[in-house]
Ligand binder design. Structure first.
Ligand code: ZN
Length: 749
């Protein structure tokens, strides 16, 4: 019903605007996106590389007013979400000033002149690591396309792995360039102090092409001097007038798969995805091509905005062969460790195909590991608010570092395999360590692995191990023997510090924790006796789809969860976390929840705070959509098989907890099989039992002997021992306290 009403208002809006404005860009929701619909969207010349939506229901695209009219006149059911995007970007812009990182005058982004000034400034400040400009060629309108290098001895071509970053291929995507300048400034400021950044400068040649499409960018400056310009292509005169219709889409002009079909690019010179007369017809793409061919890059990142994803080849939806696919996914997932960007082909992530783009050529033709990051969320769009720029730049620091590391050999501890979850004092056992060269360059040097104990409770018979080199992406294993000391205390961790070292690689250190003693099960519910422990709303109930036993609990035991609802399964449990060491909730679960739109969160009812969402090993951050509160941890997407989830309650510090709940939230449109949980367990080590001198979770004769020992042979009790054994509170442990413990033990019998 509402769609029809919108259909009427749509017509009204466009009538007014078509009279007063030209080249107005809109955010438009296209309903029922069948292949026929998408063909018309493509024919309208609307790029499909920045869409969001709901599979089968709608997609949201950026179109000019004329393109919107085209859609309406072809009977496409649409709703205009934002009638004028430039106005929208300007209206919501919140200024920001940052002395540490000076922003530019176009909603925080540098104009071309400001970029030039900023570069000169940085180059003058750090000439020992930033090269002069290298001119690669000239744009259609004769502007320089330039690159520069960050490395020690920047004017020399040293024998170091090379990596390339490019940005502003599309003229309305300036945050790609901002993030690179931010990264360069960081490299300059921290060279000599930060060990990772110093290593990268010394051992890599990091190249940047900050602006592939200067003409398009200057055109945006001309039409919207304070930001918000929506021109995408270069400025070749393609007989489409002077406005944003003119030009070639540089990211459809590369040779790999060029012009393979008319959906991934367009032969229409006025389309936003016009691929040009022939592959590499444009001086801008020629400049990038020649520069790449001239160098020995291992990997290249072509920055775009927006959608918060890392896209790799291929644009036609086919996948790279192994091991290249795994290489891209591993590196991409490591880049996304903190920003959570999904990694995949454009088709997997957004549902569109392209041909002739830079990533396909870089990988398919030049055999480089290559990504297109699309930086920023759908709501941030092409021109995020100025006060978002800095955090968008910061989000890419880790990815840029990782991408630079992997250009060379890069050693990491991938995995430490434990035989069991915990060990007892006095145990001897072996841990298997997998060490990988996750980088793209072979390493022919000896790799030294040194293992040190985290504290006195771990004893390591052999602390030095050697692996004789690892080729790119190859792994090696070592087995490390460990003994736990007799006096290792239950309820605490010991561990190993593992450092991995080889000439020319960055030395990394990891800490492996080893849990001492068996945690006490404080609560367990396997749902074998129903769900009477739980207060539920909505459809939460028993299911026979169990992980162990006959039953588990599900938010929708009889099919899919409902649209547009909130339902809970809640349990009252009093827990004082200050009395527990290593308090942990574990459960087994599987789920099918619409990604980015619907959610299941696991929460604790915390004194003074209310319900707090808890992070576990499998949680993702909320997307900000109505049913996914932004940045709150929760479960979505598809987890087909049962997994064991662990939620560390130390994230709540020493709070008092009065309950837990699973809360399911969904928006309209799409449902799913939902969330199923089994073997809900709360465990930990009770701290501070009065009389427990040796902290083994029980009060017995050993505690008496411990105190007697102390009294007979001297020595000081530690503060915890005093707290829990000094019954007469005189500040020392004496006969009086010993008798109190004996009484306690006799009382227990
Ligand atoms: Zn782009």
């Amino acid at each position: 019903m509402f769609k029809n009403i919108n259909g009427i208002s749509v017509g009204f809006i466009f009538l007014i605007q078509v009279i007063f404005a030209s080249d107005v860009y809109q955010s438009v929701r296209v309903f029922n996106p069948t292949s026929e619909t998408l063909e018309i969207v493509g024919k309208a010349g609307i790029p499909l590389d920045h869409i969001s939506g709901k599979k089968g229901y709608f997609i949201d695209v950026t179109s000019t007013e004329d393109q919107t009219i085209f859609l309406i006149s072809h009977g496409i059911n649409i709703e205009i979400l934002i009638p004028n995007m430039t106005q929208h970007y300007r209206k919501r812009n919140i200024p920001s000033s940052s002395r540490e990182f000076p922003l530019g005058s176009m909603m925080g982004n540098y104009t071309l002149d400001e970029l030039n000034d900023r570069f000169d400034e940085l180059q003058a400040a750090y000439p020992e690591i930033i090269s002069e400009r290298v001119i690669l060629g000239q744009s259609v309108e004769g502007r320089d396309i330039w690159a520069f290098k960050v490395s020690d001895n920047p004017e020399e071509d040293e024998d170091e792995p090379e990596v390339l970053f490019t940005s502003l291929t599309h003229a309305r995507e300036p945050v790609g360039m901002m993030n690179l300048i931010y990264f360069v400034q960081l490299l300059g400021e921290n060279y000599g102090t930060d060990s990772e950044l110093t290593f990268l400068v010394n051992e890599r040649e990091i190249w940047f092409i900050p602006i592939v499409n200067p003409d398009g960018y200057v055109y945006n400056e001309t039409i919207q001097p304070s930001g918000g310009g929506m021109h995408r292509k270069n400025r070749l005169d393609t007989n489409c007038g002077n406005d944003t219709g003119r030009g070639v889409d540089l990211n459809r002009n590369y040779s790999y798969g060029w012009g393979a079909n008319n959906t991934g690019s367009s032969p229409d010179p006025c389309s936003a995805v016009y691929r040009g007369d022939s592959a590499f017809s444009e001086p801008e793409t020629q400049s990038v091509r020649d520069f790449v061919i001239d160098h020995e890059f291992m990997n290249v990142m072509h920055y775009h905005t927006y959608t918060n994803v890392y896209i790799h080849a291929f644009g036609d939806a086919s996948l790279p062969d192994e091991p290249d696919l795994t290489t891209h996914r591993d590196i991409g997932n490591e880049m996304a460790r903190y920003n959570g960007y999904p990694v995949g082909t454009g088709f997997e992530l957004i549902g569109y195909t392209v041909n002739g783009d830079a990533v396909d050529w870089s990988f398919g033709d030049q055999e480089l590991v290559a990504f297109t990051p699309e930086v920023g969320s759908y709501s941030q769009g092409f021109w995020p608010s100025e006060d978002d720029i800095l955090s968008l730049c910061e989000d890419q620091v880790h990815p840029n570092k990782i991408f630079s590391f992997v250009a060379g050999a890069d050693l990491i501890l991938v995995e430490a395999e434990f035989g069991q979850n915990f060990y007892y004092a006095g145990n001897d056992f072996e841990l298997e360590f997998e060490i990988q060269n996750r980088g793209l360059t072979d390493l022919n040097q000896e790799i030294q692995i040194e293992i040190l104990p985290l504290n006195d409770w771990a004893i390591i018979p052999q602390s030095n191990y050697v692996i004789n080199g690892l080729n790119a992406r190859e792994s090696g294993e070592i087995n490390v023997g460990v003994s736990l000391a007799i006096d290792a205390q239950n309820g605490f961790f010991t561990g190993l510090i593992v450092s991995i070292e080889s000439p020319g690689t960055f030395t990394r250190q990891d800490t492996i924790n080893i849990l001492i003693g068996e945690p006490e099960i404080l609560f367990f519910d396997g749902f074998e006796n129903g769900i009477s422990n739980w207060y539920v709303t909505g459809d939460w109930g028993l299911t026979t789809d169990a992980s162990t036993g006959d039953y588990a609990m599900s938010d929708s035991p009889n099919g899919d969860y409902d649209e547009g609802q909130e339902s809970v399964a809640e349990i009252e449990i009093e827990l004082n976390l200050s009395n527990l060491s290593i308090p942990t909730v574990t459960f087994t679960a599987f789920w099918d929840i619409e990604s980015n739109w619907d959610f299941v969160r696991f929460q604790a009812d915390v004194d003074g705070l209310g319900w707090v969402s808890l992070a576990g090993n499998f949680t993702e951050s909320g997307s900000g959509q109505p049913a996914q509160p932004i940045d709150e941890p929760g479960y979505d997407g598809l987890q087909e098989d049962w997994v064991s989830e662990t939620v560390d309650l130390d994230q709540l510090d020493n709070s008092q907890i009065s309950g837990f709940r699973f809360i399911q939230t969904s928006d309209n449109y799409v449902g799913g099989n939902g969330f199923t949980v089994d073997n809900f367990t709360i465990s930990g080590f009770q701290l501070g039992t009065m009389g427990d001198f040796n902290f083994d979770n029980s009060v017995n004769i050993y505690d008496v002997l411990g105190i007697a020992d102390l009294m007979l042979f001297g020595g000081d009790a530690n503060s915890s021992q005093l707290e829990f054994c000094d019954f007469n509170e005189n500040g020392i442990l004496d006969l009086d306290d010993l008798l109190s413990i004996l009484n306690l033990i006799i009382g227990q019998i």
